[in-house]
Ligand binder design. Sequence first.
Ligand SMILES: Cc1cc2nc3c(=O)[nH]c(=O)nc-3n(C[C@H](O)[C@H](O)[C@H](O)COP(=O)(O)OP(=O)(O)OC[C@H]3O[C@@H](n4cnc5c(N)ncnc54)[C@H](O)[C@@H]3O)c2cc1C
Length: 462
Amino acid sequence: MNEAGRLMASLVSSDLVVGSGVFDVMVDGVKTEFDRRGIPVSDVSGLSLSDSDVRRLLSVSAFSRLGMREDALAARLYGSEEGARVDPVAGHVVGAYAGAVSDEALRASSSSGGLTTWLLGELLSSGRIDGVIHLKQSRGAGHPLFEYGVSRTLDEIRSDAKTKYYPGHLGATLPEVLAGGGRYALVGIPSVLYEARLACEAMPALSERLPYFVGLICGHQKSRHYADSLGWQVGIDPGALEWIDFRVKLPERRASAYGTRLVGSAADGKPVDITVPTSELYGTDWGLGFFKVNFSDYADDVLNETADVVFGDAWLPQYLDDSRGTNVVIARTNELKELLERGRASRELKLDDIDVADVRRSQAGLVRHGRELLPTRFEYLRSRGEFVPRMRYDGRQKASLARRHVQRMRVKMARESHSAFLGALESRDFAVFGKSMKSLTREYELSYRAAGMLAQLRRRFA
Ligand SMILES: Cc1cc2nc3c(=O)[nH]c(=O)nc-3n(C[C@H](O)[C@H](O)[C@H](O)COP(=O)(O)OP(=O)(O)OC[C@H]3O[C@@H](n4cnc5c(N)ncnc54)[C@H](O)[C@@H]3O)c2cc1C
């Protein structure tokens, strides 16, 4: 096997093929499909690929490190934008905001402040695009809950608003838009958008179809079974969950204390439609990383550096108390910045100018995980003899022993959660999941507390 073949084999065996679906348009015969864990996998192991096929796939793979890295791509895309600054974490920035749409109904039907849906609507109604490629509710029995698809009207864009903590891949949609023509805005999480950007580099025809990349900030990507696990806890067996709203705004609560609405049928056939504060459901603490896909622990693009505009939650003290939800926004192009500012001038949007450092602060845990603690995880993975991709940043170890242990536990819990849930499915008993995760979770909680106390002591005596 040559070097490219070995690298591809390492990516496959380390579970570092993103499964964005981009591979499907690069090489005939590659098909991205969901595996038993509910994770999209572009399985190339059974195909007889030529050397040039393998190189073509590696050139668009986020973790091969053979394509242009995010910062280099961003410099090409946004470096000549007037007023562009480069932040070491956020990347290229021409404007940073916190805000929401003024239309209360639109805001209520979105996850944060509704700015993503508003901007997508503006792109469509101004004729800049013919449609939006985003995660949409699937229709019909036997379908997953959500799939990537195209919205071509304002109504469609609005009805498919909201965050889906659910994976999707572009394997069916990209060939469709390539064949059909038109111009689209692509919405996605960082690794998916980065791979789509790399594919645009390799395929000018795809680049013409995708003039706008609209990014979501992403703590980590979940498998499909995350949704199943939530449904199971309210009496909806896996397979009987028909719909889920991961982000119900609960009045009188903080924006971060949102609920989950679950719709399906119970074992006796009775319909279930229930909204529960999310934190009351087992496994929803993001720090535990249950159902986290493996590549999320390797990603250092925390703020979607190759997206033209990026939306997240304003997890900042001045916005948290507003249960209606507020966005943070980074604009990387002046065209989209002006669109947002026109929305502010016409009072369709309420936007505060903020510093890009505030956007970073609003995502403090994510920035720590994706940047400061990445070397810690890589050191651990290397010590296990596992493949780790090249890093863009200073790879020196800076974390305390306790924090290092927390990172090891997070990797272990994420990996174990997939097989523990499959075990529960086989036993037809949700309790098996909790039992399988118990000792890891307990060890994690102890080390997390110890790391917190040590950090406090260090601050006190510094
Ligand atoms: C897996 C995941 C993890 C996230 N983690 C964080 C985080 O740690 N910190 C943070 O600040 N924000 C995070 N977000 C983003 C946040 O939840 C909101 O989606 C974002 O603030 C936009 O809110 P909005 O009200 O403007 O969006 P809305 O107006 O509700 O519109 C959201 C748009 O995004 C599309 N969409 C939703 N989910 C997906 C998806 N998985 N793939 C492709 N398109 C999708 C929808 O179809 C819709 O078009 C995450 C999002 C996802 C999907």
